[in-house]
Design a binder for this molecule. Structure first.
Ligand code: PMP
Length: 400
């Protein structure tokens, strides 16, 4: 008997269009052993409070295993939401626990926002360059992404206004503190202007702030959601990945009061975030002062940021420029014209150092001379060595 096999149909064109090998490449590079990787935004696992988190899991399972192992509500663990609402309120963003939806990391919050708000063809304004996986999320939803021109101090406010008027965007996505990939933060004036533009032109603001707690110098600005005009149109995304541990996959979405559609989409995606993990996080946060943990993390990462900024001037070609972030994980570098960081990458890896080329972070025309360096993964001495290797690679192979 013969049978004719027909190959299965292709994935949707939208998935094909967002399947970006850059993300896989970043993860693979970060894993290679003899390479000092500045590629992934990967927290230092040595700073996780593994013992404290383990105790919290034990306690939750001992105290109430039937609850900890059961299905739970889509909105999330009440104690965790209360904790986060108080913390946001203390940080200039008065928040009721009912406004919070616990998600599987900030990444899922972005996915929920995109699915809830976007029709194919809707316009999304983004900073240029922009967090890569947010671009993918909006593209998967079929959005047309329009970059707002940015210079070293962030978005050009006149251009933002003109684009909002011309393009009638559905939403504008920003990372206000220590942005991925540039390390740049929005000024108070930029925050106020964005809020005012959103109110004037009727678009949503998506304020994604996973790095705000990692500040090494200076004072925080209020969140965009706290500026006049933004209250009823800002979706604030947060995460415990950079402050506790990314493997817990805990993030949140803060919506204006009374918005129900986002929870519906989250429910369709996965019913709810793990009951056990949320309960353990709530227990951990109740038993341990988060500020004490954060000050250890900040001290370590701040010293690493300084080590990178000390090493760069002596290593990079003359005419290179880089950001000087007040916090977060990233320094954004621009080599002189004529360099191409994508072409340089294999040579850099052969020299024992990895980074992420800047090109995939651009929604518009990529600047091939740019790259992103993460400074949090290695100790200062290894950072100095890695920057030295990068300098040798770029001097040897930088321009063809
Ligand atoms: N937003 C930004 C700007 C990020 O840099 C990241 C992590 N790289 C995320 C969201 C996703 O974080 P999470 O681990 O909470 O999903």
């Amino acid at each position: 008997m013969t049978s004719v096999a027909t190959p299965p149909r292709r994935p949707s064109a939208r998935v094909d269009a967002v399947a970006d090998p850059a993300v896989d490449r970043i993860l693979a590079l970060a894993a290679a052993e003899d390479v000092l990787s500045f590629a992934g935004g990967v927290p230092d696992a040595g700073l996780f409070d593994a013992a404290g988190i383990r105790t919290a899991f034990d306690e939750v399972l001992a105290a109430d295993p039937r609850r900890a192992l059961q299905y739970s509500t889509t909105a999330g663990d009440p104690a965790l939401r209360d904790f986060l609402a108080r913390r946001l309120t203390d940080r200039a963003l008065p928040t009721d626990a009912d406004q919070l939806l616990i998600t599987n990391g900030a990444q899922q919050a972005l996915q929920v926002v995109a699915t809830t708000l976007l029709e194919p063809g809707d316009v999304v304004l983004v900073e240029e360059p922009c967090y890569l996986a947010a671009l993918q999320c909006f593209r998967l939803a079929g959005a047309r992404i329009v970059p707002v021109p940015c210079d070293d101090s962030g978005p050009d406010l006149a251009a933002l206004h003109d684009l909002a008027a011309q393009e009638q965007p559905k939403l504008c996505y920003v990372v206000p503190d220590f942005q991925n990939p540039t390390g740049r933060s929005l000024t108070r004036e930029q925050r106020g202007a964005l809020a005012a533009a959103a109110a004037r032109w009727g678009f949503w603001i998506v304020e994604d702030n996973p790095y705000g707690d990692l500040r090494y110098r200076g004072e925080p600005e209020p969140p965009v959601a706290a500026f006049p005009g933004a209250e009823d149109r800002t979706l604030s995304v947060g995460s415990l990945s950079k402050v506790l541990a990314p493997g817990m996959r805990l993030g949140w979405l803060r919506t204006p009061p009374g918005e129900k559609a986002f929870a519906t989409v989250k429910q369709i995606a996965d019913l709810h975030t793990s009951t056990l993990v949320q309960a353990a996080a709530a227990r951990y946060l109740a038993d341990h002062p988060l500020e004490a943990h954060l000050s250890r993390v900040r001290a370590a990462y701040g010293a690493r940021r300084d080590a990178m900024l000390r090493a760069l001037p002596g290593a990079l070609p003359e005419g290179s420029a880089w950001t000087d972030p007040d916090g977060g994980m990233f320094v954004w570098v621009r080599f002189p014209d004529g360099h191409d960081t994508t072409a340089l990458l294999p040579h850099a890896v052969a020299s024992g150092v990895a980074y992420v080329p800047g090109a995939p972070f651009f929604a518009g025309k990529p600047d091939p001379t740019t790259l992103r360096l993460s400074f949090v993964t290695h100790e200062p001495r290894a950072i100095a060595e890695g920057v030295h290797r990068l300098g040798s690679a770029v001097h040897a192979f930088g321009r063809d």
